[in-house]
Design a protein around this ligand. Structure first.
Ligand SMILES: NC(=O)C1=CN([C@@H]2O[C@H](COP(=O)(O)OP(=O)(O)OC[C@H]3O[C@@H](n4cnc5c(N)ncnc54)[C@H](OP(=O)(O)O)[C@@H]3O)[C@@H](O)[C@H]2O)C=CC1
Ligand SMILES: CC(C)(CO)C(=O)C(=O)O
Length: 330
């Protein structure tokens, strides 16, 4: 099996790096700004449990385009671009890959697979979910929280899950990946809160006003999911229904009950903060936009998620939890 990671950023370098460190045949396809440090220094992969590996530059397969990566008949694509780049990446894949090539989306959001399939109908688009936070700094990539990757159960993903597990990437094949994606989306509703707060994740989660905004977004999203008949899967120690309740707790109780959730490296931030910081378009449409669309499809509204879309779409804002509550009318 050959892996091509399309989009060598935080997730692509972490997953691709662990596979490469274990001797798998992996090609990382990325932008020059991402490839240059790797070509110079190799890729160092670490995690919060003490794992550390260096894949020397000479052992890394790096490519600027899919054509250079030369996908063959036994290639599996790991799609790791941000949601805003899905369509263009899928068109590149359609042009470069043989029909039936598995394309596993390791992206956040709930509609990337459908968007890949629309642009590349001959390929086999499959869903994945990465639960943890990954930080990329130049040639070093670090997993900052814990969890297991979830891949859509399919004949094409069974051998992939086996290879991932052998490489130390804990991976499961859940029955209902759609429920898992909606469960993850409930957590990703913190991404805009974190991005606007301009705080590291841990600090932001220790701010009750920020948590109250997060909880309000979750409650609204759970309402939209209930109307749509979607039962989100539990992807943390806490059930989806309990999540907003836990978020609203006062600090003294939250810090006791949410110990596992707070096991985050002090410097870790959400992937949406990364985008704001780099001046890139964020994934707000894939997260809050998805809640707004789901509610609308079922005759309801999601004004809080809609407002978050507005706050993330203009000039960069930095808001305290109190200011966010005011901006959302909470
Ligand atoms: N980071 C995290 O902790 C987590 C992220 N996720 C999800 O994983 C997905 C990837 O996120 P993340 O790794 O943070 O994103 P990054 O922005 O770090 O990485 C994506 C990379 O892909 C590049 N890229 C985009 N289009 C192409 C293309 N056509 N060819 C080659 N390279 C391309 C981007 O370059 P450029 O920007 O210059 O176009 C960027 O360097 C997202 O959906 C995110 O929500 C999920 C869990 C945790
Ligand atoms: C892991 C988590 C929930 C928060 O970092 C994430 O998915 C992201 O940053 O996009």
């Amino acid at each position: 099996m050959n892996f091509i990671v399309l989009g060598a950023g935080a997730i692509g370098c972490y997953v691709g790096g662990r596979l490469a460190a274990q001797g798998q045949n992996v090609c990382l396809v990325g932008r020059p700004h991402a490839m240059e440090p790797l070509a110079r220094e190799g890729l160092t992969v670490t995690d919060l449990d003490g794992y550390r590996a260096l894949v020397p530059a000479a052992q890394l397969r790096l490519a600027g385009t899919l054509a250079e990566a030369a996908p063959g008949p036994d290639t599996v694509i790991l799609l790791c671009v941000k949601s805003g780049a899905t369509e263009s990446a899928a068109r590149e894949l359609a042009a470069a890959c043989a029909p039936g090539t598995p394309v596993i989306s390791l992206q956040n959001g709930v509609d990337n697979v459908a968007r890949i399939a629309a642009q590349a109908p001959a390929l086999k688009a499959l869903a994945g979910m990465v639960p943890y936070n990954v930080v990329l700094r130049g040639a070093q990539v670090h997993r900052a929280t814990a969890g297991a990757i979830q891949l859509q159960r399919d004949a094409a993903t069974e051998p992939v899950a086996a290879v991932f597990n052998a490489a130390g990437l804990a991976t499961a094949l859940p029955e209902d990946i759609r429920a898992v994606q909606w469960g993850k989306l409930l957590l990703n509703l913190n991404n805009p809160v974190n991005a606007l707060s301009n705080l590291p994740l841990r600090e932001e989660l220790l701010d009750r006003d920020c948590r109250q905004v997060f909880a309000a977004l979750q409650t609204e999203a759970l309402g939209a999911m209930a109307r749509a008949g979607i039962t989100p899967a539990q992807v943390t120690a806490v059930s989806p229904q309990m999540l907003p309740k836990v978020m609203r707790l006062p600090n003294w109780l939250f810090t006791r009950l949410a110990k596992r959730m707070l096991q985050i490296d002090a410097s870790a931030r959400s992937s949406m903060w990364d985008d704001l910081e780099a001046g890139r378009v964020t994934e707000i449409d894939a997260i809050c936009g998805a809640v707004v669309r789901l509610a609308a499809q079922h005759g309801a509204q999601a004004p809080l998620s809609r407002r978050m879309c507005e706050l993330l779409s203009g000039p960069r804002l930095r808001l305290t939890g109190v200011e966010m509550k005011r901006a959302l009318g909470l």
